[in-house]
Design a protein around this ligand. Sequence first.
Ligand code: SAM
Length: 218
Amino acid sequence: MAFELERKLMVEQQLKSRGIKDKSVLTAMENVERHLFIGEHMRERAYDDCALPIGEGQTISQPYMVAIMTELLELKGNEKVLEIGTGSGYQSAILSRLASEVYTIERIKPLALKAEDLFKKLGYANIRVVISDGTLGLPEQAPFDGIIVTAAAPEIPETLARQLKIGGRLVIPVGSRYSQILYQVKNTPSGISTSMSTYCVFVPLIGEYGWGEAGEEQ
Ligand code: SAM
């Protein structure tokens, strides 16, 4: 099946049917060529309803998870957004179409360089890739309208919540190493408010305010 048709089916059968409503999110998911962010040997599975391996023991997230996390960022188009966990670069490419500036942090250098190269080739000019520990955020570019963490944290890192503008949203999976709940955290004028979205399973967020390399909480 042609990839374009597979994307249309993905949007209908995996996203709309599960309640994704934001039209700009659905349009971005219909247009970004997910198969280009995956190794050639896996491409025929690019639009499957699951996460897929991308090397270095990491994954590209399930399309539905990318969509719901993006929807929870509540983007209108003019925002400055930070992503923690560049991975394949697919989520950054979706964000690139929905916000004005995207910063994405990856701790594994080969993944970061590969994604950066792909952004150049595909013309995603508003994405900046940073190689570092994303649990520290990016203080020199803060505050952000939105922060999305695409790896599982043991708790909500205060460092990230502090880098939100008033009205800003942080979307993050929080829980154990093996299962989490997706949270939307808002920085309101009266303080931080937190709401739960759905159950999920992500690879661990490893860093100073995440998990240790050996699986211990830092
Ligand atoms: N957003 C990615 C995509 O679209 O392909 C999927 C991300 S993958 C599920 C999680 C990524 O988070 C991995 O590439 C992992 O190396 C990265 N990661 C884990 N801890 C991190 C940290 N402290 N800082 C930056 N990246 C981190």
